[in-house]
Design a binder for this molecule. Structure first.
Ligand SMILES: Nc1ncnc2c1ncn2[C@@H]1O[C@H](COP(=O)(O)OP(=O)(O)OP(=O)(O)O)[C@@H](O)[C@H]1O
Ligand SMILES: [Mg+2]
Length: 460
């Protein structure tokens, strides 16, 4: 009788869920249209791979109590980029595996080339494995960023077995895989970039990392295509996940921690893409506010928080009489529904006839933020544009707006006020209930507001 054993299965490209039949929605993560067919690794091959210990550790493990485990100090390397080190929770943890995801062309290879260059300059041995570019192309990029030390070495290879052999032979302290979608393992017959290849190659690298102590940076492409697995499948397997993002039309790039086993998430680091590579932006508020119009109506500065970092953002609104029966609304960089809701609240609670007006709201500089603390800034920008009265160059506003028009408390108000004071603002409009938690900062007057009615009086 012929062997009818199924050799393919369906995997969810978002979470890696495995199923014998195709489904429109993944039962595990509820994502739609993410199941892709891929060959199954035979159990024997899986077992052999799992047992493969790269000849480094012998024998079976035994259960131990934590007292028997040595108190190894958590060793971290500094990348010389404070922006990145902060996102990582204080530096790169030795022996960890860090996934850097991002859209094509955003600058992932440039970032890692610069980081590994700094680590190599501090005496670390680094191997940069590229499956995408030739050595010639890498050299062109390296020429852009400057001098590269000799202990940062490069290799173009996609075969995982060869890579494993070379890593065991050369034992670098740090290894970059650029990118995981191009790596292929002989144990799986699927194409490079498929879910099963990505899972297999990452799990081999993970075992290698845990057994040899090599620190890995893995680059992953984010694609929306169902057939190519995005790095989401890997997120469960690695220690740290960073996303590198930015606006296509702006030169700043933001690195965001999404998962971190060795530090908090939500932190962001800001870089700027220049001709000579990525440069840190130590003061993003200044960067975001540069080029702000003076004494213009419809422009209000607000403050958002990412992790521990406060950042000032300019909210712009343009409100003009609608020529059609159906007024147009547009939100760029912030949540459209939130803007519609705020306009409804303004209409109902302070009587602005906004249903006869078109409104455009924009966060300047191409930044994207949807924190509720921006509400007050957006509402004030709309009022200011409607009345054609500037709010004042040195005024900043933050607070959440509720459906009754009340201005509600937000977290970390003191950090926000401190950032505004540091940037030279002289007036801060904030929720009344936040006043008690804010210390006195030099040169800035605090105005607590309870509702949008109070705000409407401030902009006269
Ligand atoms: N001479 C230059 N001046 C300014 N920016 C440049 C210059 N050369 C390249 N760049 C920037 O670097 C980006 C490419 O960087 P990089 O190759 O590191 O991206 P990547 O994320 O690794 O891309 P891929 O997805 O193709 O691997 C370009 O999109 C561009 O923004
Ligand atoms: Mg690249």
């Amino acid at each position: 009788m012929p062997n009818r054993k199924k050799t393919t299965a369906f995997f969810c490209s978002e979470c890696g869920f495995e199923s014998s039949k195709w489904m429109g929605q993944c039962p595990s993560c509820h994502a739609w249209n993410t199941m892709v067919e891929a060959p199954v690794v035979p159990a024997s091959a899986k077992a052999a791979a799992a047992g493969k210990s790269f000849g480094l550790s012998e024998g079976r493990p035994r259960p131990v109590s934590l007292r028997e485990v040595d108190d190894a100090a958590e060793l971290r390397w500094k990348s010389r980029y404070d922006e990145l080190d902060r996102v990582l929770g204080g530096g790169i943890v030795q022996g960890s595996m860090i996934l850097v995801g991002g859209d094509p062309g955003i600058g992932k290879s440039t970032l890692l080339l610069q980081v590994t260059r700094n680590l190599a300059a501090d005496g670390r041995n680094v191997l940069y494995i590229s499956g995408e570019e030739s050595l010639h192309q890498i050299k062109l990029r390296a020429n852009r960023i400057g001098e590269v030390p000799d202990n940062l070495q490069f290799m173009c290879e996609t075969d995982l077995d060869t890579i494993t052999e070379i890593l065991l032979e050369t034992k670098p302290e740090l290894c970059v895989i650029d990118s995981i979608q191009t790596m292929v393992s002989g144990a799986v017959s699927a194409a490079a970039g498929s879910v099963s290849q990505i899972r297999e190659t990452t799990s081999v690298l993970l075992r290698l990392a845990k057994q040899t102590g090599i620190t890995f940076f893995i680059i992953g492409h984010v694609t929306k295509e169902g057939t190519v697995a995005g790095p989401r499948v890997l997120e469960h397997m690695v220690d740290t996940v960073l996303y590198f993002e930015g606006d296509r039309y702006a030169s700043y790039r933001i690195i965001r921690g999404v998962k971190n086993r060795f530090g908090s998430t939500n932190e962001i680091g800001v870089f700027e893409m220049r001709r000579e590579g990525l440069a840190e932006v130590a003061n993003p508020s200044e960067y975001m506010l540069s080029g702000r119009p003076e004494e213009a109506s419809g422009s209000v500065v607000s403050c958002t928080i990412d992790g521990t970092r406060a950042m000032l953002t300019e909210v712009q609104a343009l409100v003009c009489r609608s020529n059609f029966g159906f007024p147009k609304r547009q939100a760029t960089g912030t949540d459209f529904n939130r803007v519609s809701l705020l306009m409804a609240v303004l209409e109902k609670r302070i009587g602005l006839p906004l249903s006869e007006y078109d409104a455009y709201v924009n966060l300047a500089g191409g930044i994207r933020q949807s924190e509720p603390a921006l509400d007050l800034g957006i509402a004030m920008a709309i009022i200011s544009s409607y009345r054609n009265r500037p709010v004042g160059d040195k005024t900043i506003a933050f607070g959440e707006v509720g459906l009754s028009g009340e201005v509600r408390m937000v977290n970390m108000a003191d950090t926000r006020v401190a950032e505004a004071a540091k940037m030279g603002f002289t007036t801060c409009i904030l929720p009344y209930s936040n006043l008690r938690g804010v210390k006195q900062h030099d040169g800035i007057e605090l105005i607590g507001v309870r509702s949008l009615k109070d705000v409407a009086e401030v902009i006269n």
